[in-house]
Design a protein around this ligand. Structure first.
Ligand SMILES: [Zn+2]
Length: 235
């Protein structure tokens, strides 16, 4: 880590994305914190235009500061979507100063908005890890969890309703079967009483008796003829 004079109101420290710049003293809103500096690149020079790194700070369509040099402490400042500092750009002077836009307390990480181009190129693909975006993600995760719980409860309720419906249907079917059984039993009892009555009054009994009488000769006649044939065969 780079050596920083104890007079300065910041230090380099561990942040959630690696290293970051942290306040060591209260920094008043509007106060200049640190200058973003490095070699000036002229995009009209092929050699300059070919330089590519994450610390290029574009001043205008011609001049860019190459902030990748180690001495540029401002390069440790991380991006934030809701920052407590800003980059104060003077294209005419080709100078960039990081300035507080809020009162910053000791221990707070200092950050500024890197701008849309940087965000699109470097942060969007991996997901911005600034406090505001983490908070947003946390909220979304909590909402997703709550939605999952809600859907699960809904599914459970639906399953319970279905089971209740099935149980009611089964109960109804059973009741129906029992009713039918009772009906049949009652019918059988009634039939028995009726046939008894017939037997008693003689009408039903007469037919049955007549049938039996008619059948009897047949039953006896057959074996008689067979016997007769056997007898004639054996004779
Ligand atoms: Zn963010």
């Amino acid at each position: 880590m780079p050596a920083i004079s104890p007079d300065k109101p910041y230090r380099v420290g561990r942040s959630r994305t690696g290293l970051g710049l942290f306040a060591t003293k209260p920094i008043k809103k509007g106060a200049k914190i640190v200058r973003y500096f490095g070699p000036l690149l002229d995009c009209r020079k092929k050699k300059h235009d070919a330089i590519e790194n994450k610390y290029l700070f574009e001043l205008n369509n011609r001049w860019t500061i190459d902030g990748s040099v180690r001495k540029n402490i401002a390069r440790y400042i991380n991006h934030a979507c809701k920052p407590n500092a800003e980059s104060d750009v003077s294209a005419r002077k080709r100078k960039v100063v990081i300035r507080a836009i809020k009162n910053i307390e000791p221990g707070e990480e200092i950050n500024y908005d890197y701008g849309t181009d940087y965000f699109k190129a470097y942060l969007k693909p991996i997901g911005c890890k600034c406090a505001a975006c983490e908070k947003k993600r946390k909220k979304k995760r909590a909402e997703a969890r709550a939605e999952k719980v809600r859907l699960k409860a809904k599914a459970e309720k639906k399953a319970l309703k279905k089971a209740e419906k099935q149980a009611a249907k089964a109960r109804e079917e059973l009741e129906q079967k029992q009713k039918q059984k009772l009906k049949q039993a009652a019918k059988q009892r009634l039939n028995g009483a009726r046939s008894n009555g017939k037997l008693l009054n003689g009408h039903g009994g007469n037919v049955a008796a007549g049938q039996l009488i008619a059948a009897k000769p047949g039953i006896f006649a057959e074996p008689a003829s067979t016997q007769g044939a056997e007898a004639s065969a054996s004779a």
